[in-house]
Design a protein around this ligand. Sequence first.
Ligand code: NAD
Length: 488
Amino acid sequence: MQLLSETRLYIDGAVRRAAGERTYDTIGPWTGEVVGRAADAAAEDVRQAIAAARRAFDATAWSTDHSTRFALLKRLYGLLETNQERFSTLCRVQGGSALGYVPRAQLGMALGCYKALLELFPQIQWEKDYGEAGPPQYRSHRKVVYEPVGVVGAITPWNVPLYVNIGKVVSALLAGCTVILKPAPDTPGVGALMGELAAEAGFPAGVFNVVTGADPAMAGEMLVTDPRVDLISFTGSTAVGKRIMEKGAPTLKRLFLELGGKSAKIVLDDAPDFAQEVASTMLVGHAGQGCAVQSRLLVSRKRYAEAVEILRRAYAAYEGKWGDFDDPAQVMGPVISKKQMERVMGYIELGQREGATLLAGGKKRPDKGGGWFIEPTCFVNVTNDMRIAREEIFGPVLVVIAFEDENDAVRIANESDYGLSGGIATGDLAQGLRLANRIRTGSVSVNGGMCIAGDLPFGGYKMSGIGREWGLEGIEEYLESKVVAWRV
Ligand code: NAD
């Protein structure tokens, strides 16, 4: 496995080492061995990054000079494009992505969405005239101006690092905020490379900063509790999202939270290609480590046995089609870390204890390499009250639940603490759209419709989060509105 070059921090315009030259080893999920070394930010580094972002916001023209910002973000886009190969290597070697998953789901989606944000920029309304009003109040002319919220702490996960980093950093910078990005400890490389390229693009000192570190919580908690940071934009687990809410309360931090999911796909009996709809729900892409994946498959009791047979055959045919680092057709590799592997294996044991039937997979696969390989796994005879149906596993584990009729399917889909995404397969589009209106999630795909795009808002209901990323709505998360009125 190739060794990655050592990464640096990006603070106050400088690409540099951490205080005290601190570094930590990053472990490759394919081999379980060290694949590189990253800068390990100390508290002092984080404080410097916050001070730099604060100063760049308060004392420079960054927040008001829309055209300079736009030009720099376009330049950064160009540099990301020309460095795709480096990002690809990072997503594979450090992030555990399979070669067939990287071009579309790691790079293509991230860059396509970045481009969409640039295209949306001219549509941002910085000021809106509300005209005159009154009496009974004093007759006044009113306008609302939209201003960047200030310094943003962006805390991101490891699963799709380029996509999530761009969603936060580019939206916030386009809005006129300054940003401190804190990537996940397992995948520091993508964020660090973004910092390096921002420096190359000529970003003014302090507007964008990147702090990587081995400790998952230290830098993030500093951002959350520091009064100089105005908003935390977080993507990650619901548990950490709640902790951020708590810790952010004393400084009344503005919060934007993209959290976990346990989304359902409902395959109705009249779906035109029932077998394909069922088989394609196998949770294999990036070993199931996606927030919006449909990890609960809902089929009618009438066709349940048929669906189980389809899945049995599909899983059996998948052996040999995953876990090879060099195969460009494969979309599934290892899970991210040993800790994550043990967590997923814990759920597989739990499912069996809860009385679900293990239809396929369920084992670690050390024969695939020294890293963190778990078989594509499927549980049937699952009821929606089991923990494997309620909790986010974040691994290659699908659960299959029977419904009695459409109302029951909607009830099961909605009986979840989460509300991120979902899917419906049907032969009757009008019926599918009616059902979609009843699903309590931030997005619903009908007959494979694509809900994730740079010009569409993405986010969750319930415990899947607060706020929306991407689209104009995503940029507006980073704006405050101010009313100005004058007597006429
Ligand atoms: P995580 O919550 O463990 O970590 C996310 C980030 O938070 C990391 O950078 C981590 O270092 C940091 N962090 C950890 N403890 C912290 C603390 N106390 N204070 C501040 N920051 C802290 O999540 P993960 O394991 O990296 O990622 C997987 C999770 O992310 C899943 O739950 C998945 O659903 C979610 N996710 C959601 C979306 C979405 O858009 N809704 C997208 C991708 C991933």
